[in-house]
Ligand binder design. Structure first.
Ligand SMILES: NC(=O)c1ccc[n+]([C@@H]2O[C@H](COP(=O)([O-])OP(=O)(O)OC[C@H]3O[C@@H](n4cnc5c(N)ncnc54)[C@H](OP(=O)(O)O)[C@@H]3O)[C@@H](O)[C@H]2O)c1
Length: 350
């Protein structure tokens, strides 16, 4: 059937290239994506859960069947939730592939296995978090975050971009964060990895424009996914070696409760972010920056209102340490402030 993807289970490969399933197949045939049928080939990283899963399912279930989704994950044993969300679209508009963004070999194998290596839209979604006082985090742990959130994206772009440039078409999407634009206390390393990504892409976007290749950042605030759960599990296990008692107290008794409150009050769903991402893909002139949550527009605006950085740093300091009890009121005020003019500056899911 034209435009139909092969059953991905037939030729899935682990990151090391060994067969995932049928031992009789020795070579993975190129994934037939039939780009010539007018459908866009969309490769997404990190589809085993959360935002990546919801984007993959939403695009695969597109009513007009405009997309061939290559949903990737580093371990195909985690595919069940995605397959459940995709339903009967699996095998028609969606194929599964193994891809670990931390392995060059895995990236090369995955992209090399696509027909003509064609990727029309690359969605760099895979990412990990890290929270806590800097003193208690090892350099190795920090490198792991950069290896995934920064070099993982760079690896993907390096593999896909030359073909897009040659074809003079393509769209690269990066799942950044509000924390790629505004630093947040005790999120120092995660924030740094997203800032690095923003700087990298802001530079690259200018060159890519010359080749008619688009680059867009999606910048969500808090989103209810496994991300939040994994971070809280890590925090529960933390022993904070090297951090003084005051810092640990500020982290556990001041930062964590206010962070949980922010998630509850301002959190979006993974579906909200998938809707925003779909809008960016389908826009005739997609924006470079795309905040998904109107509640964060004033926070980011504050940063640009005072280029010395003083306004943001002192506002966050006061909110956290001096007016902790006013935090709830502040969130309510922010909700009121999300008027039309802020909406225009966002890519709202609605
Ligand atoms: N949740 C939020 O509050 C929030 C806010 C702003 C931005 N973001 C960003 O949104 C993106 C998706 O996060 P999420 O909230 O959907 O979290 P999630 O549910 O934890 O999903 C993260 C995905 O990334 C995958 N991944 C991690 N390391 C990988 C690697 N080396 N290679 C390939 N895949 C890898 C995970 O796969 P495994 O199952 O194998 O671990 C998982 O599928 C991240 O880039 C995150 O920084 C999240």
């Amino acid at each position: 059937m034209a435009g139909r993807l092969h059953d991905p289970l037939d030729f899935s490969r682990r990151a090391d290239g060994s067969p995932e399933r049928r031992a009789t197949r020795t070579r993975a045939p190129a994934l037939r994506t039939m780009a010539s049928d007018g459908r866009k080939v969309v490769l997404i990283t990190g589809c085993s859960s959360g935002i990546g899963l919801r984007i993959a399912a939403m695009l695969a279930r597109d009513e007009k069947k405009r997309y061939h989704v290559v949903a990737t994950m580093r371990d195909l044993k985690r595919k069940e939730k995605l397959l459940e969300a995709v339903g009967d679209a699996h095998g028609d508009t969606l194929a599964l592939r193994v891809l670990d963004v931390c392995s060059e070999e895995s990236v090369r194998q995955c992209v090399g296995g696509l027909e003509d290596r064609r990727v029309d839209v690359l969605i760099n979604n895979a990412g990990i978090g890290l929270l806590g006082p800097v003193e208690s985090i090892s350099i190795e742990e920090m490198k792991k975050v950069f290896e995934t959130n920064f070099f993982g994206v760079v690896r993907m772009i390096k593999e896909v971009m030359p073909d897009m440039k040659r074809r003079r078409s393509g769209h690269i999407i990066v799942m950044s964060s509000v924390m790629g634009l505004q630093g947040v206390v005790f999120n120092d390393v995660y924030t740094a990895s997203k800032f690095a990504m923003e700087g990298f892409c802001e530079s690259l976007a200018v060159q890519l424009l010359k080749f008619n290749v688009k680059l867009s950042m999606i910048e969500p605030g808090p989103v209810h996914t496994e991300f939040e759960v994994k971070i809280m599990q890590d925090v529960a296990k933390m022993e904070f070696p090297g951090a003084d008692a005051d810092t640990v107290r500020y982290f556990k008794d001041v930062y964590l409760p206010s962070s949980i409150h922010m998630f509850e009050a301002m959190g979006q769903s993974a579906d909200d972010i998938a809707k925003c991402t779909k809008k960016v893909i389908e826009a005739s002139r997609p924006r470079f920056r795309n905040l998904t949550n109107t509640l964060y527009t004033p926070i980011v605006a504050m940063k640009y209102a005072d280029e010395t950085g003083g306004l943001s740093i002192h506002t966050f300091y006061n909110l956290l340490f001096n007016f902790g009890t006013l935090m709830h009121i502040t969130v309510s005020i922010l909700k009121c402030l999300t008027c039309r003019c802020f909406r225009r500056r966002n890519i709202s899911p609605d």
